[in-house]
Design a protein around this ligand. Sequence first.
Ligand SMILES: O=C(O)[C@H](O)[C@@H](O)[C@H](O)[C@H](O)COP(=O)(O)O
Length: 259
Amino acid sequence: MSSYCPVVISKPTIQQVSLELRDLLAKLSKEAIAQRGKFTVAFSGGSLPTTVAAELTKATDVDFSAWYVYFADERCCPHDHPDSNYLLVKDEFLSKVDVPASQVFAINPELVGDPERAAADYAAKVKETVPVDNQGMPLFDCLLLGIGPDGHTCSLFPDRPQVKVSDKIVTHILDSPKPPPPRITLTLPVLNHARHVAFVVTGAGKAEMLESILVKRDQSRPSALVSPEHGMLFWILDDAAAQRLPADLLAKSSAVSHL
Ligand SMILES: O=C(O)[C@H](O)[C@@H](O)[C@H](O)[C@H](O)COP(=O)(O)O
């Protein structure tokens, strides 16, 4: 595994975090579309979609028609259920930009009652549409991840077996400690094969966990295990979340300047 050298960016306000994400995603998508004709990006749930979309949806220099949108994890519920990450990303982002519906890959609503089958079905969708390496591992252009107060990311929770799944690209959990219980999630090998991973973390409530992950390198936290083997790792934070990090860990310039 490559050495752990994340680019850690901290901004005073959430709006400035959103502006940083807009610049980063505009640059990443332009490069991916030029090189491969598409930009494959996966969203997490929680507060992330709102933060990512706030400024990105105003961008006039982004070709959203070549974006392929996925979900880093998803709750096993109908697409119109308030718990649905698809519904959240649709409301905050997809309803405001021109990503073709055929390029949005959500959980199969007919399978939400069977998380194991839903996970296998989603894995097949990913393999069909995301470029893969010679081991058949999908190479996402960008994964947008959050972290929970326990250090989880996607639906990979501390001390749960899903963290160690290495023979699947999508797995399922029936008893998520964060409700709702049934979910599907990308697995750690997929996260670590991505070309770019951007954690988006805001709020003082995440400060202690960020210190555990980025300073103490607490490997019991699934977020601390995300270290793309050949890709770039970004942590895009607000100052409230970054308040326990040493100043020398924080990049002096924008995320884009590190590409
Ligand atoms: O579906 C989910 O619940 C998310 O994918 C989950 O992993 C989320 O990213 C974290 O729990 C952080 O959520 P907040 O940013 O809302 O704290």
